[in-house]
Design a protein around this ligand. Structure first.
Ligand code: IMP
Ligand code: MG
Length: 186
């Protein structure tokens, strides 16, 4: 275990198994898709989840991405989200699947879902690896959830604190003395 980690919440094995099962759920949902799906990843946090998930999906697919910054500090989210780079293929009349690391306050997904809906997809669904239950408003709907997690700040498997720890292969809670500085990286 990394020296800054207080405890592991989701092990590497549990992540591998659940991501494979989630891919099965997604595959079923898109059985009728004629155009194949277009995956839109929210970077940087979704990068590890995306790469594991997409290798389980047998469809014809395209992949695009959007970068998002939160207005707040490294370990707190307020629901404020600002779009950065948008690199997307044609979404009109496509079956679009948003892939994100975590649904917390819902601010990020609210903005991204609205921007993508405006591009006229045939369908728009969202997959998140993690969800902190009860925090996002009901109108920010997600269709596929890997794990519900308790309301602590987590890192690893793509999720960062102040830009770091994304490369940990598990989901963990940091030691409290590691918190305290500020960044805007989502
Ligand atoms: P939101 O509050 O749902 O908008 O969450 C937005 C973003 O905040 C997520 O995509 C993550 O990048 C980040 N975030 C929220 N909670 C956590 C956490 O516990 N650890 C690391 N990043 C988080
Ligand atoms: Mg972040």
């Amino acid at each position: 275990m990394h020296e800054d980690v207080a405890r592991v919440l989701i092990s590497e094995d549990a992540l591998r198994d659940r991501v494979a099962a989630l891919a099965g759920e997604i595959e079923q949902a898109y059985e009728q898709s004629v155009t194949g799906i277009t995956v839109v990843a929210i970077l940087t946090g979704a990068v590890v989840f995306l790469s594991d998930l997409m290798r389980h999906l047998p469809y014809r697919m395209e992949v695009g991405y959007i970068t998002v910054s939160s207005y707040t500090g490294p370990a707190v989210t307020s629901g404020g989200a600002k779009l950065g780079v948008i690199s997307l293929p044609e979404l009109r009349n496509r079956d679009v699947l948003i892939v994100d690391d975590i649904l917390d306050s819902g601010g990020t997904l609210r903005v991204v879902q609205s921007v993508l809906r405006d591009r006229g997809p045939a369908s728009l669904r969202t997959a998140v690896l993690l969800r902190k239950p009860g925090k996002a408003p009901a109108e920010v709907a997600v269709d596929f959830v890997g794990f519900d997690v308790e309301d602590v700040f987590v890192v690893g498997y793509g999720l960062d604190f102040d830009g770091y720890y994304r490369n940990l292969p598990y989901i963990a809670e940091l030691k409290s003395e590691r918190y305290g500085r500020s960044s805007d990286d989502a």
